[in-house]
Ligand binder design. Structure first.
Ligand code: 6PG
Length: 229
């Protein structure tokens, strides 16, 4: 695992996203505040997105124009700002409900993506990532690539669709984007402890890919001194 503590993790994240976009890769976008800042920074870069395909690591089961939708967030921060250089976009149809949406998304994935080139993830204060919440049975899924989650562990309290750990761990590159003091405890549990279903992000371990955790100093504050910064 590579841990990078930077003044502006979103700017470094944007550079990594842009590099995969230019190369025409498949990128899974995350919801959340730090990922959003990275999309804002990436949208401002002079980059051709037209060869890449953007997916989502999770979605809330709301219509695509609902303010709680991760797709709506990505549109506002990134997609609507790329006229003339737009990527392909494969959103999770959350409005179908968790199970039908997960099945529809899996069908899309099955046809198009053997492995993601870049998997972006945020980290919740409870150490969840995507919509994989502490101790949820979805953490044990071995076969499916996307699953419906009827009861999320955090707000907004609407059902979710999430990529599963096997889909996440198959990625070539997994990148966590985490900022803020409210994440410091979760960062320590997720990235400096043993794998633990109480901290779902600690179960992210690419099988044949890289894992990078991009943090600001506030989010890194509780990492043990012996852990590489
Ligand atoms: C979601 C997310 C989720 C998010 C983290 C961090 O749909 O809720 O994809 O996993 O990335 O909760 O979000 P914040 O940075 O806003 O806390």
């Amino acid at each position: 695992m590579e841990r990078l503590v930077r003044d502006d993790p979103a700017a470094v994240g944007a550079e990594r996203i842009a590099a995969v976009a230019v190369a025409g890769g498949h990128i899974a976008l995350a919801g959340g505040s730090t990922p959003r800042s990275a999309y804002d920074a990436a949208a401002a870069m002079d980059v051709d997105w037209s060869r890449c395909t953007l997916w989502f690591s999770d979605e809330r089961c709301v219509p695509p124009d609902d303010e709680r939708s991760n797709y709506a967030m990505a549109r506002a921060a990134l997609l609507d700002r790329l006229p003339g250089r737009a990527p392909q976009v494969r959103r999770i149809p959350g409005e179908l409900g968790p199970h039908a949406a997960a099945e529809a998304y899996e069908r899309l994935l099955g046809d198009e993506v053997p492995r993601f080139d870049l998997m972006l993830l945020g980290l919740g204060p409870d150490a969840h990532c995507a919509s994989l919440f502490p101790h949820h049975p979805a953490l044990e899924e071995l076969r499916r690539r996307a699953l419906g989650v009827e009861q999320p562990g955090m707000e907004p309290l609407v059902p979710r669709v999430t990529l599963t750990l096997p889909a996440i761990n198959a990625a070539r590159q997994v990148l966590f984007l985490v900022a803020g003091a409210d994440k410091a405890g979760a960062v320590a549990r997720a990235f400096a402890g043993s794998p633990d279903p109480a901290a779902p992000a600690s179960l992210v371990a690419p099988v044949d890919g890289s894992l990078t955790v991009l943090l600001d100093a506030a989010a890194a504050a509780q990492l043990p001194a012996e852990a590489p910064r």
